[in-house]
Design a protein. Structure first.
Lengths: 326, 401, 294
């Protein structure tokens, strides 16, 4: 391609990207709608949806507010176990279980937030880590959770809506059912970020002291963001429980907390689509490589290193930057 | 968008390249094998893959199902139940697997089982768990080829305990350990031995120095190590370093070939344990000799291991059921498997009706102290406890009517 | 709960100190790296593991444990130097997240390379013959090797204290931790200092690895479990404080040890409870300086 066509081509692409950024919810949902047809198989696609949602919740706190937490597995896990226990043991319907999961994880986030907000930086990360390990411990000991064996029996074979029955054993149907929740979550997050509250959140990230000086209640903002973040992660957890029909105890482990940090960094924090891009990349790289070779961890590690050295804003963030879109 | 699509295409192509080519007309009988190729049980998992491949090869070489061959689809579940469930979903939905064999921990097999039973796919699990026999997890399509903690403890306990002995437990605080302790406690009660204490340690501990002095203070005759793999190696090593072998006998429910190799003869010297298989039973058991020879022939003279051979047996008996049923149709194979009597590598086995637990022998072994001339000579078989339903829990106890 | 005598308690405390010694070594290395470079080294556990494997290989060549003890920190320190120079240095100025992610990926790579080179199973590592017995420590019999570990840790700490407090290079390190730009203005190449500190930190981690090899054998995964403990101890002590690392390490070791006596299920979570409590009361850790990487 000679330089002439290059300069003609890029602006068109850039305007497309600009449109994407201003209609981000619609664009994201559109992309996610065709996503299953782009991936090797549906189950990985569903995992990308779920982990993308998890990362979206986390990104609210990490990317937009600038607070690194190493304890978000607690919200994912509590959401999963709540939904799981309500479905498997109390035989309640999904439309009770899922909102309950979000409610419970919000409460857990409130408690954790109240305790953790007073710390900053790496110490904040460590407090969240410590608290989520305590949650892990408590749930592990709680008999209804199944302990090490995990919680089985979260069977939702079909979803009965007025006039329509969805067979959730069909992976494509399951994907689109979950997509509805993810789309709703994306819309809500977009509304939050576009609202005055969203402005305060980003202001706190840029300069906390100045924001406080402007008269905003920084502590309340932090706490509210923490709770919202927890709610979305709880939703992701509930969906995961239904997807796998079980809840493994590893969902609450700090490795799961670490995973979402990596996904956000890989995809690009502080950007709207970044979490999903990161989730897609991470899961698909792992998946594809582990079929190829048993030494997939070596290649995943090398790719990580390459991304960190050469794509500092994460993949999606770098793409946006290169096209000068904000 | 372009970039993403390009990447997606690349991934698609890569992934489709890696799945096996289907035979021209009839699709092969596909058996999914999710095992933890990465992680602490990587060695056992690799063994299981080799053994399963042997079983498939034997089936295909003998003509398959009227010419229709079997194919093994190996997947890495990373010893994570969430991953295992995802792999199971993939195998069923994308790869159209007919059957699934696998799972090398209780949590992963239960997660896989939850997926397979909902979708009416036969699943044979090949690692220890008491829970998979119980009515809440059971289904018509669930089969358990491996030993379960109850059988293991009944056999080992009856061998090692005597009336009046003092027994202490070092238990890993998760299902495996707890189930083993429960089983051993039952045997001790039956035999009139006294349980003087139990200490639980978190799964994956690397330092037992905090537990060992307390155990020593209990002055037991037998110290039972109810843990597995690395935990087993490290705890026995440290207890040996603390000089505890001088005053008590070490017993462990499952002593694996890989653990013995990893920790060495000094650590396991004098330890008595149980296992599902050791190659030396070939002198008394014809099927063991055939199996050993076949395995050695395709694996440079290496003998098959305990966990590995379970995979062989599971796949071989599954394919035998397919042959008996004359079809790969799940319902017919499930019926055939449930009523199958098979002798794949260690003598007579069959699945008990109420819980599909494979009734089989348990071997009592002791570790050889000297570095053997042949690395395969690591154990000595002390006793073969023959398979019988007496080793299992009552169906009613498991929740079945 | 019967039979908890003063003797058992004493023995358990002693065990906790021995456990804590390894934690201290790890935390000291991590604290040095974080305090000086503000790099969160997620590969610290991997260096620990590589140290153990390096010890194994060295032992095959020179069957002398003392040579291994000296050789291993040199090896892991050298690897650390290379890592800092080529992988970590490009990331300075980008914020705390990037070295974190890089070292995370690096850990994956290091673990897998070791798996490929030495096998997945793990290898045995026997306690050196001279230290195999148990010694009477007033409260009971105690393995000699564990006492040796406490002694080595103490020697390293003394050496490190001397190095940092009494030498001119140590002065530069202390100054650099407080204010790197001033140090630069004074004409000292701070990047060289960072290079050496990183190597020092990873060298100590490797030493901790080879010291714990006789206690638990070696596997490729041994770094993973130890990483989180290192972080907890470092944070409880206060990032960048060596005194804090020592006190926190011993504290965590002893509490874990005593927890086994009174509440065994909770032994592993006890360190997190400690961390939560300490950070809630002193948000920068026991000896951390406020403003340092907040």
């Amino acid at each position: 391609m000679n330089t002439q066509t290059k300069t003609l081509f890029i602006p068109k692409f850039a305007t497309l990207m600009q449109w994407v950024q201003s209609h981000r919810v619609f664009a994201s949902v559109l992309l996610l709608s065709v996503f299953p047809w782009l991936t090797p198989n549906q189950s990985v696609a569903i995992n990308v949806l779920i982990y993308g949602l998890y990362a979206l919740g986390f990104n609210l706190l990490f990317g937009y507010m600038g607070m690194l937490s190493f304890g978000h597995a607690a919200f994912l896990g509590v959401g999963a176990y709540t939904a799981g226990i309500l479905i498997a043991q109390y035989h309640l319907q999904w439309w009770i279980a899922i909102p309950s999961a979000m409610a419970v994880s919000s409460v857990v986030a409130l408690v954790m937030g109240l305790l953790a907000i007073r710390t900053r930086g790496i110490y904040f990360a460590m407090v969240t880590l410590a608290l989520s390990q305590c949650v892990y411990f408590l749930v592990y000991q709680f008999p209804a959770s199944g302990g090490e064996n995990g919680l089985r029996g979260v069977n939702v074979p079909e979803v009965v809506l007025p006039g329509l029955t969805l067979d959730l054993l069909n992976p494509t149907v399951k994907y689109y059912f979950f997509l509805v929740f993810v789309a709703l979550a994306l819309w809500v997050v977009s509304r939050i970020l576009a609202s005055p509250f969203g402005g305060v959140v980003e202001a706190v990230r840029e300069n906390e002291a100045r924001t406080r000086a402007c008269g905003f209640d920084v502590e309340r903002t932090k706490l509210l963001t923490f709770v919202l973040s927890g709610a979305f992660c709880g939703l992701a957890g509930a969906l995961n429980a239904i997807h796998l029909s079980s809840v493994p105890i590893e969902t609450l482990h700090y490795e799961t907390s670490g995973l979402v940090v990596m996904i956000c960094l890989l995809g690009g924090m502080g950007s709207f689509l970044g979490p999903f891009v990161g989730a897609a990349l991470f899961l698909m790289i792992q998946d594809v490589f582990s079929i190829w070779t048993e030494h997939w961890q070596l290649y995943v590690g090398i790719i990580f290193i390459i991304f960190v050295l050469f794509f500092p804003k994460g993949v999606w963030g770098t793409i946006l930057e290169k096209l000068n879109v904000h | 968008m372009n970039i993403i699509r390009k990447w997606a295409h690349a991934f698609c192509a890569a992934a489709s390249l890696s799945t096996s080519v289907a035979y021209a007309q009839i699709p092969p009988i596909k058996i999914g094998l999710p095992v933890p190729l990465t992680g602490p049980y990587g060695a056992e998992a690799k063994d299981q893959v080799k053994n399963a491949e042997l079983a498939v090869k034997e089936f295909n070489d003998a003509g398959g199902l009227n010419g229709r061959k079997a194919e093994l689809l190996v997947r890495d579940d990373k010893l994570n139940p969430g991953e295992a469930a995802t792999r199971a979903l993939e195998l069923i939905e994308k790869d159209k697997a007919n059957f699934i064999v696998g799972g090398l921990s209780a949590a992963t097999q239960l997660a896989i089982n939850n997926v397979t039973k909902q979708r009416k796919v036969i699943y044979i699990s090949i690692s220890q768990s008491d829970v998979i026999n119980e009515s809440s997890d059971f289904s018509r399509y669930t089969f358990h080829e491996a030993l379960n903690p109850h059988m293991t403890t009944q056999a080992v306990g009856h061998y090692a305990f005597k009336k009046g002995m003092r027994i202490a437990f070092l238990t890993a605080d998760y299902a495996y350990g707890q189930e083993m302790t429960r089983g051993f406690t039952r045997v001790a009660k039956e035999m009139g031995a006294e349980v003087v204490g139990e200490l639980k340690h978190p799964l994956g501990s690397s330092d037992y120095s905090t537990f060992l002095p307390r155990l020593q203070a209990l002055k037991p005759d037998i110290l039972v190590f109810n843990n597995f793999g690395r935990d087993n190696q490290v705890s026995i090593k440290q207890a040996t370093d603390f000089g505890m072998k001088k005053s008590m006998k070490f017993v462990t429910p499952i002593m694996t070939y890989t653990s013995r190799l990893a920790a060495g003869p000094h650590v396991y010297e004098g330890v008595v344990g149980g296992t599902s298989y050791f190659w030396s039973i070939e002198d008394k058991t014809a099927s063991a000799k055939t199996f050993n020879d076949q395995y050695k022939a395709s694996n440079d003279g290496v003998y098959p291991s305990d966990y590995g051979s379970m995979a062989y047996s599971a796949v071989k008996s599954l394919l035998a059921a397919v042959k008996t049923a004359g079809t790969a149709d799940t319902e017919k194979v499930a019926d055939a498997l449930a009523s199958l009597k098979y002798d794949t590598y260690k003598g007579q086995q069959y699945y008990r009706a109420c819980d599909h637990q494979s009734v089989q022998s348990v071997l009592i072994i002791e570790s050889n102290s000297k570095e053997a001339r042949n690395p395969a000579d690591v154990f000595k078989v002390l006793q073969v406890v023959s398979g019988s339903e007496k080793l299992l829990r009552e169906c009613t106890e498991l929740g079945f009517k | 709960m019967d039979g908890i005598t003063a003797q058992l308690l004493g023995l358990q405390i002693f065990t906790g100190l021995a456990l804590g010694a390894i934690y201290v070594l790890l935390a000291v290395g991590l604290s040095l790296i974080f305090g000086m470079l503000t790099v969160v080294n997620f590969a610290h556990g991997a260096f620990f593991m590589v140290g153990a494997y390096a010890g194994y290989s060295l032992y095959q060549i020179f069957p002398n444990f003392w040579i291994c003890l000296i050789g291993v920190p040199v090896i892991t320190g050298a690897i650390g130097l290379l890592v800092e120079r080529f992988l970590v240095r490009p990331l300075y100025g980008r914020g705390i997240d990037y070295p974190l992610l890089l070292t995370f990926g690096l850990a994956y790579v290091m673990v897998e390379l070791v798996r490929m080179g030495y096998g997945k199973q793990g290898l045995p590592f026997d306690t050196p013959a001279a230290l195999q017995d148990s010694v009477d420590v007033f409260v009971g019999q105690f393995p000699a090797y564990r006492i040796f570990v406490i002694v080595v840790t103490a020697i390293i700490l003394v050496g490190l204290w001397f190095f940092i407090e009494k030498t001119s290079f140590g002065l530069i390190i202390r100054a650099g931790a407080r204010d790197p730009s001033i140090v630069r203005i004074l004409g000292i190449d701070i990047t060289k200092v960072w290079l050496i500190v990183f190597g020092l930190g990873t060298g100590i981690a490797g030493l901790a690895g080879v010291l714990s090899a006789p206690l638990q054998g070696i596997t490729p995964e041994m770094g993973g479990s130890v990483l989180i403990i290192s972080f907890v101890v470092t944070v409880v002590g206060g990032m960048g404080s060596l005194v804090g690392a020592v006190i926190a390490g011993l504290l965590v070791g002893v509490v874990e040890s005593l927890a086994v006596l009174f509440f065994p299920e909770g032994a592993k979570v006890s360190m997190f409870v400690i961390m939560a409590l300490v950070l809630l009361v002193k948000p920068q850790g026991l000896f951390g300086r406020s403003g340092l990487m907040s």
